[in-house]
Design a protein around this ligand. Structure first.
Ligand SMILES: Cc1cc2nc3c(=O)[nH]c(=O)nc-3n(C[C@H](O)[C@H](O)[C@H](O)COP(=O)(O)OP(=O)(O)OC[C@H]3O[C@@H](n4cnc5c(N)ncnc54)[C@H](O)[C@@H]3O)c2cc1C
Length: 380
C-alpha cells in the first residue's frame, strides 16, 4: 500500500509546530540574526509544547515519535528561522549517541535531565584537524583506574557554550584507528573544560558555535557509552539518522523563500504590471516549487525507511544533500526574483540564502553525502 497522507496526529503536530514557529520564531528571526542572541526562551516554550527531542524515547523524557514527525517539525521551524532550528535540534543530535550506545542505566541517568527538563546538550565530534575525516580525530581518553582522562580540542560545536551535557568522541586506542574510538557523556561543568564562543558566522546566527578544550578532564569510567571501540560506528549511525533533519530544514528554508518570492512577484510592478506576469519569473517559481516538492518527498521517504529500520543510510544521504542543495538553489533564486531588494537585509531572502549554505556543510558536507550515495551504487 502506498499512502501519501499524514495521520491526524501528524497533521496536528505540523499545525502546532507551524503555529509556534510563525508566532514565536518568525517575528524575532531577523532580530536574532542581527544580534546573534541565543533563543533560550523560544527553546523553553518549544520544550513545554513537546516540540524538542522528538525521536528520543518517551521513557527518557523525549517525544517518543519517529523521524517523520521530527522532519515535519524541522521543516516548520526552519521556515521561520534555520538558526533557531539548529539550536533546537543540536540537543537531540547529542542525545542520539547516548540512546544508541548507552546501557539502560546510562540512558536513564544522562538523557532525562536534558530531555525531560528542557536542558541543552552538544555533540562533540569535529576538531580543528578533523572534519569530514572523522577517523582522524585526536582527542584522547586515557583510562586510569575507574576514570578516563580526556585531552583535546573540539570545535564548531553547536550549543558548545550553552550545553549542560557533552557527548564526546575520543580516541581510546590509537593503534586500532577508527575502531579505537569511544563516546563519553561528559557534564559540561567538569573541571578542565574551557568553552569559547567561536565568533561571527554567515548565518544560523541564533545558534551557538563554540570551541571546547579538554585539559586533563577526569571522566568516570561509568560515563563511557557502551564499550570501548564502538564510538566511530555510533557517530556514523547517529549521522545516518539525524541528517534527514537537515534535509527537512532545507525544505523549510526553501518553502519560506518561495512564499516570499510569490508575494513579492505579485506586488512588484515593472513595465506597468506585476513581475509575476512575466514568464521568466513564472518559470523560476515553478522550478522552485518542483524542487521543494521533490525534496520533501525524498525527506519523507528517508524518514519512513528510518522509522521502520529498513536500510536507510543511502536515502538519508540523498535527503540531506538534495534538501540542502534545493534550499541553496531556491534561496538564490528568491534573491534574484527580489532584484536589488533581495540583496538588502530588510528583506528576508538574503538570510535564507546565508542560512541555506550551512545546511550543505554540517552533519557531513554534501560531498560526503555523495560519497555515501556513490558507495552504495558501486557496491557489488
Ligand atoms: C555552524 C556550524 C555548526 C556545527 N556544529 C557541529 C556540531 O554540533 N558538532 C560537530 O561535531 N561538528 C559540528 N560542525 C562541524 C561540521 O560538521 C564540519 O564543518 C563539517 O563536517 C566539515 O568539516 P570541515 O569544516 O573540517 O571541512 P573539511 O572536512 O576540511 O572539508 C573542506 C572541503 O573539502 C571537502 N572534502 C573533504 N573530504 C572530501 C572527500 N573525501 N571528497 C570530496 N570532498 C571532500 C568538503 O566537502 C569541503 O567542501 C559544525 C560546523 C559549523 C560551521
Amino acid at each position: 500500500m502506498l499512502d501519501f497522507s499524514l495521520s491526524d496526529e501528524q497533521k496536528a503536530l505540523r499545525d502546532l509546530a507551524r503555529e509556534f514557529a510563525q508566532n514565536e520564531i518568525a517575528p524575532v528571526a531577523q532580530q536574532l540574526d542581527r544580534t546573534g542572541e541565543y533563543p533560550f526562551e523560544i527553546l523553553k516554550k518549544a520544550h513545554k509544547l513537546g516540540l524538542l527531542n522528538l525521536t528520543i524515547g518517551e521513557a527518557y523524557g523525549g517525544g517518543g515519535v519517529g523521524w517523520l514527525e521530527a522532519c515535519i517539525v524541522a521543516e516548520e521551524f526552519a521556515a521561520a528561522c534555520a538558526g533557531v532550528t539548529t539550536a533546537a535540534n543540536a540537543t537531540e543530535l547529542a542525545l542520539t549517541p547516548i540512546e544508541l550506545a548507552g546501557s539502560e542505566e546510562q540512558k536513564h541517568k544522562f538523557i532525562p535531565p536534558i530531555a525531560r527538563d528542557g536542558s541543552l546538550a552538544a555533540f562533540c565530534v569535529t576538531e580543528p584537524g578533523a572534519g569530514s575525516d572523522v577517523a582522524s580525530i585526536r582527542t584522547r581518553a586515557v583510562k586510569r583506574g575507574d576514570e578516563y582522562i580526556l585531552n583535546g580540542t573540539k570545535h564548531f560545536i553547536t550549543n558548545g557554550d550553552v550545553a549542560q551535557l557533552l557527548s564526546v568522541l575520543a580516541v581510546t586506542d590509537p593503534e586500532k584507528k577508527h575502531r579505537g574510538m569511544s563516546f563519553f557523556a561528559v557534564p559540561a561543568d567538569t573541571p578542565g573544560i574551557t568553552r569559547t564562543h567561536m565568533g561571527e558566522k554567515m548565518g544560523h546566527r541564533a545558534s551557538d558555535t563554540s570551541e571546547i578544550v579538554f585539559e586533563d578532564v577526569h571522566v568516570p569510567a561509568a560515563n563511557l557509552l557502551g564499550s570501548e571501540g564502538v564510538g566511530f560506528k555510533v557517530a556514523m549511525e547517529t549521522f545516518d539518522r539525524t541528517r534527514i533533519g537537515i534535509g527537512a530544514a532545507g525544505v523549510g528554508v526553501a518553502r519560506a523563500a518561495l512564499e516570499a518570492s510569490i508575494k513579492f512577484a505579485k506586488e512588484r510592478q515593472q513595465f506597468g504590471q506585476p513581475i509575476a506576469n512575466f514568464q521568466g519569473i513564472q518559470f523560476m517559481l515553478a522550478d522552485m516549487a518542483m524542487k521543494i516538492e521533490t525534496a520533501r518527498l525524498a525527506v519523507y521517504y528517508a524518514a519512513w525507511l528510518t522509522d521502520r529500520n529498513l536500510a536507510y543510510a543511502y536515502a538519508t544521504a540523498i535527503a540531506k544533500a538534495y534538501g540542502s542543495d534545493v534550499a541553496m538553489q531556491v534561496a538564490t533564486d528568491a534573491v534574484q526574483i527580489h532584484g536589488g531588494y533581495g540583496y538588502m537585509a530588510d528583506y528576508k531572502v538574503e538570510k535564507y540564502m546565508r542560512d541555506a549554505k550551512l545546511l550543505q556543510i554540517y552533519e557531513g558536507t554534501n560531498q560526503v553525502q555523495r560519497i555515501v550515495i556513490a558507495r552504495t551504487l558501486l557496491k557489488d
